[in-house]
Write a protein that binds this ligand. Structure first.
Ligand SMILES: *Cc1c(COP(=O)(O)O)cnc(C)c1O
Length: 493
């Protein structure tokens, strides 16, 4: 067997099936007929009533096998490494799912009396406390539903803070050029002007920052380690420059995985942050499930938090709406509670020592892979990385090959590609985040695939992928003119 075939596995399995749509399948037996409609036909206005229903009629075994085959074509963290930089696609311990699915959590109602849901309120309270502890913040609200939503909420807090001090001149948010796209988007959604701060050797350029701050500065949004995987060495100085100018400093907590248990944003001088529970605290996300983006704030910003937060008095837990300057509610009910419970279970499972191991192992795994690859691919900026690292496909050995080609070719090796073309400041960027949950042999598998691709015949790489059911898609057309329904597909054919 060639190296490629040995490594493939998943890719070849995908190729095995020519799976039709349910609509295109021929029934091996008649399915169950839909019974006559018990509703009086004239209840539905004539113009809205369907005259025929064009549904495929299949029996159970056909349907089950169809979906099982589709599931086998899928790739996720339960199949293998998923090294998408910035996304923290770590393996999620199944016990957290089991806990969140327990009837005491899953089958209660948001409008139940507080005395009947003391258990879950206690868990949420404990999660708030744990998040305060790992971030060095004074207060936490679990309301926001995702990282970007947390950013939006955090910027609302910053805006309310300046407004409460009658400081309406401050209408600028500073964002470094390494930032995730959601940072400028969130600031703009709140109504701020976004000012980009350039980097110098992979970190915030202090001189550029000093030149940009002033009476118009409401705050700075920063990720640390940043999206290059580099720890901002001047972080305390950065916070001081912004504070001295009267602004607040916002921590994008998406990269908390790298520093958890080791250092704390609160101690670095940050005033507001969000957590991506679905990244750092293990929850299947993206196509695998929803997220949660709680925010934390320093002491004097606690009265601005969205409500409710969970508080306790004499051993009784309650939903606390009584915050003096609250920005109000930012989600229905109390946030994505299922995700919060998974995060709570994860914290209980690992404990303080285990959470520190997460930080250390994620950094070790990333540097291990980086060291094996940096001699072959472009590797910009300083050497040491935290939990992720960025290579460039623009390098002497990759002449004529783009990051996209390498990503597609990795599919033939049964490896999920890294994030590509982000961060924007690295040409032909390939951003790897192995996470702490990958065993060494899985890291080696990715490294071997990458090194093999670097030596391959260029045409093979340029025309990849060769082994998957759907090979190259027209990405521009897919974005501009997506075919999202069976009807659309039929019309297109
Ligand atoms: C993932 C991510 C976000 C956004 O978080 P979501 O939960 O996807 O909304 C923001 N910043 C960085 C650096 C991220 O990696």
């Amino acid at each position: 067997m060639t190296d490629e075939k040995k490594a493939v596995g998943i890719g070849y399995r995908q190729a095995r099936y020519q799976e039709p749509l349910l609509f295109e399948m021929e029934a091996s037996a008649k399915g169950r007929l839909i019974p006559d409609c018990p509703i009086e036909p004239d209840i539905v206005p004539k113009n809205l009533a369907r005259t025929s229903l064009d549904l495929p009629e299949l029996n159970e075994v056909d349907v089950i096998r169809h979906y099982t085959r589709l599931a086998e074509m899928n790739y996720g963290v339960d199949n293998g490494i998923y090294p998408l930089g910035s996304c923290t696609m770590k393996y999620n311990p199944k016990v957290c799912e089991t806990v969140a699915g327990m009837p005491g959590f899953a089958e209660i109602h948001p409008y139940q009396n507080e005395e009947t849901v003391q258990g879950i309120l206690k868990c949420l309270y404990e999660l708030q406390e744990a998040l305060k502890e790992v971030s060095g913040m004074a207060g936490v609200s679990l309301q926001p539903m995702a990282g970007a939503h947390g950013e939006f909420t955090g910027i609302l807090v910053i805006e309310a803070y300046h407004r409460a001090r009658n400081n309406r001149e401050r209408d600028e948010i500073l964002v470094p050029d390494t930032a995730h796209g959601t940072n400028p988007a969130s600031a703009a959604m709140v109504g701020y002007k976004v000012i980009e701060i350039p980097s110098k050797d992979g970190c915030v350029d202090l001189d550029a920052l000093k030149a940009a701050v002033g009476e118009k500065t409401a705050g700075l949004m920063l990720t640390n380690p940043n999206t290059l995987g580099i720890f901002e060495k001047d972080i305390c100085e950065v916070a001081k420059i912004v504070h001295d100018a009267g602004g607040l400093v916002y921590y994008d907590g998406a990269n908390l995985n790298a520093i958890i248990g080791i250092c704390r944003p609160g101690d670095m001088g940050f005033d507001v942050l969000h957590f991506n529970l679905h990244k750092t605290f293990a929850t299947p996300h993206g196509g695998g499930g929803p997220g949660s983006g709680p925010i934390g704030v320093r002491e004097d910003l606690v009265p601005f938090l969205p409500v409710p937060v969970v508080s306790v008095e004499d051993g009784v837990y309650y939903l606390d709406y009584d915050l003096e300057h609250t920005i109000g509610k930012v989600s229905g009910h109390f946030g994505n509670i299922g995700v919060c419970i998974k995060a709570w279970a994860y914290v209980k499972l690992l404990g303080g020592k285990g959470l520190r191991d997460v930080g250390e192992m994620s950094v070790l795994n990333s540097n291990y892979m980086k060291d094996l690859l940096k001699g072959t691919f472009g590797f910009p900026h300083r050497d040491l990385r935290k939990h992720e690292f960025v290579l460039s496909a623009k390098c002497p050995t990759c002449e004529g090959i783009k990051a996209l080609n390498i990503a597609k070719r990795l599919l033939d090796y049964g490896v999920h590609p890294p994030t590509i073309y982000f961060p924007l400041i690295v040409e032909e960027a390939m951003m790897f985040e192995p996470t702490e949950t990958e065993p060494k042999k899985e890291l080696d598998r990715v490294v071997e695939a990458m090194l093999a691709i670097a030596k391959e015949d260029k045409q093979i790489v340029l025309s990849a992928p060769h082994s998957v059911k759907v090979s190259k898609v027209d990405e521009t057309l897919a974005a501009k003119d997506p075919i999202l329904s069976y009807k659309g597909l039929k019309a297109h054919k």
